[in-house]
Design a protein around this ligand. Structure first.
Ligand code: HEC
Length: 146
């Protein structure tokens, strides 16, 4: 999933928006038909689609510096994982609704110049100093262990 985010950001958003200047990505893409979906929105659409197909696993894009408040860590394990994913993937276990799950957090890195630029310029971003290669957040994956 992290590769899909990187490829979309680099080959679609960065190339068309920042290099060629022919189209922009925007949260408002469902209403504004001349806009591309944001990488995070592409990611969420994929995760919602997967959730409709299976409850065996789930994935979400989160950050300690979220543009969208719902993308902030929602519990201690996500908080610790996002802290830990800065260096290595983080693995933990948690029980949700009585079902034990493996929770993994992988770093989400600014692999395309579009990542840092867009976040730094976004009016709702709590951070404006992201650089290429920075860890901007993490992908939280949960797998049922029952
Ligand atoms: C064109 C603007 C844009 C680009 C390019 C972009 N993002 Fe985002 N990103 C956003 C916005 C806006 C949100 C919050 C919107 C949402 O979740 O619907 C977001 C959400 C996120 C989140 C979840 C936390 C948060 O800030 O809400 C992470 C992590 C993230 N992006 C990382 C990246 C990475 C890594 C890249 C490059 C591979 C990237 N983004 C490219 C605009 C962008």
């Amino acid at each position: 999933m992290s590769s899909a985010l990187a490829v979309y950001s680099n080959q679609v958003v960065y190339r068309l928006q920042d290099v060629a200047g022919v189209i922009k990505a925007s949260e408002q893409w469902p209403l504004e038909h001349d806009k591309l979906p944001l990488p995070a929105q592409m990611f969420r659409m994929a995760s919602e689609r997967a959730a409709r197909q299976t409850d065996r696993f789930s994935f979400a894009l989160k950050s300690k510096w979220p543009i969208r408040r719902e993308n902030a860590p929602s519990n201690d394990i996500e908080n610790t994982g996002l802290e830990g994913a800065l260096a290595n993937p983080y693995y933990g276990r948690e029980t949700i609704y009585g079902i034990e799950r493996l929770t993994a957090v992988y770093a989400s890195v600014a692999v395309s110049p579009a990542c840092a630029r867009c976040h730094n310029n976004h009016p709702d971003s709590p951070r404006t100093d992201f650089k290429d290669g920075d860890v901007m957040g993490g992908i939280v994956v949960r797998i049922r262990l029952d």
